[in-house]
Write a protein that binds this ligand. Structure first.
Ligand code: SF4
Ligand code: SF4
Ligand code: SF4
Length: 282
């Protein structure tokens, strides 16, 4: 599989973030797959454990983001021979692991927030997106409205849950639990603009060192597309987004509503005219 082609636009990009926005840079080239971030998140937010065994698909045990997994470390094993094809025999150092700690993107234009009919989902003073549990009525409208499949309805309390970017810790001047626990600084927390500048410098360094496929996922060119305008939690990746189960060109579902209604109204009008003409001919 070929890596995403870097363009000047995708490297430079813009965050689209509002002034004062706080967020995450997750540099997957530094991730060692220790899952300390997953555990710290669960511990701080008192989330129950998920599957304690293995999924059978990889060394991963949690599988995906969900109501009780607000950080998820994906393990993507890539095995290929010299020609890039799947090998027929195994040898040492044949596989390559990509590891990536996924999270709610705290989108600049958040589909979940826009779809919520109760006002339970709010944008905080840090420009993060938080679900107020006491207001959520479990209608689930936010679930399909997220282009990244992040929020999930919990069967235990019939409310939707996702990362809060540790809103309570931020209010006390603490960094989020996942960033605090990461031993390699794969997860970095701070002002979005400063993080994006750091990400651009890091991508440039990686490319100089031969990681030519390194790029930023989450600016307005890659990931922050389709009306989303950027992600406050963005990533340095080295393979196409789909390899990490991320959409390459995500779109806010809401942007399709007006064209859909317009097409429906046009079809109804055409049908009505055709019916009237047919009746007149009779
Ligand atoms: S990633 Fe999904 S859940 Fe998170 S802010 Fe964006 S739309 Fe909402
Ligand atoms: S910011 Fe807090 S709530 Fe969000 S994934 Fe990290 S530890 Fe969990
Ligand atoms: S704590 Fe850091 S290094 Fe460990 S899995 Fe999470 S992001 Fe990767």
């Amino acid at each position: 599989m070929s890596a995403t082609i870097l363009t000047e636009e995708s490297l430079v990009g813009t965050t689209g973030a509002r002034p004062g926005a706080m967020g995450f840079l997750t540099d997957t080239t530094l991730c060692i797959g220790c899952k300390a971030c997953e555990v710290a998140c669960k511990q701080w937010n008192q989330l129950p454990m998920d599957n304690f065994g293995l999924t059978g698909f990889s060394y991963d045990n949690t599988g995906d983001l969900g109501a009780s997994t607000w950080r998820h470390v994906a393990f993507v094993e890539q095995i290929s021979d010299e020609t890039g094809q799947r090998p027929t025999s195994l040898r040492a150092f044949q596989s390559n692991w990509l590891m990536m700690s996924d999270i709610c993107k705290h989108c600049v234009q958040a589909g979940c927030l826009q779809a919520c009919p109760t006002g339970a989902i709010i944008r905080t003073e840090y420009d993060t997106v938080v679900i107020q549990q006491e207001i959520c009525n479990g209608c689930g409208y936010c679930v399909p409205a997220c282009p990244f499949g992040v929020p999930e309805l919990s069967i235990s309390d019939h409310k939707v849950h996702k990362c809060t970017l540790c809103y309570d810790r931020l209010q006390d001047g603490l960094e989020p639990a996942c960033a605090k626990s990461c031993p390699t600084d794969s997860i970095q927390f701070g002002p979005v603009d400063a993080l994006m500048a750091r990400a651009r410098a890091r991508v440039s360094t990686l490319q100089t060192r031969g990681v030519e496929g390194a790029y930023i996922y989450g600016d307005q060119a890659v990931g922050g597309t389709g009306g989303i305008e950027g992600l406050n939690a963005f990533f340095i990746l080295t393979a196409p987004p789909e390899v990490y189960n991320l959409p390459s060109q995500p779109v806010l579902p809401q942007t399709k509503v007006l064209p859909g209604f317009t097409a429906l109204a046009g079809a109804a009008l055409a049908f009505g005219v055709a019916a009237i003409l047919a009746l007149r001919e009779e």
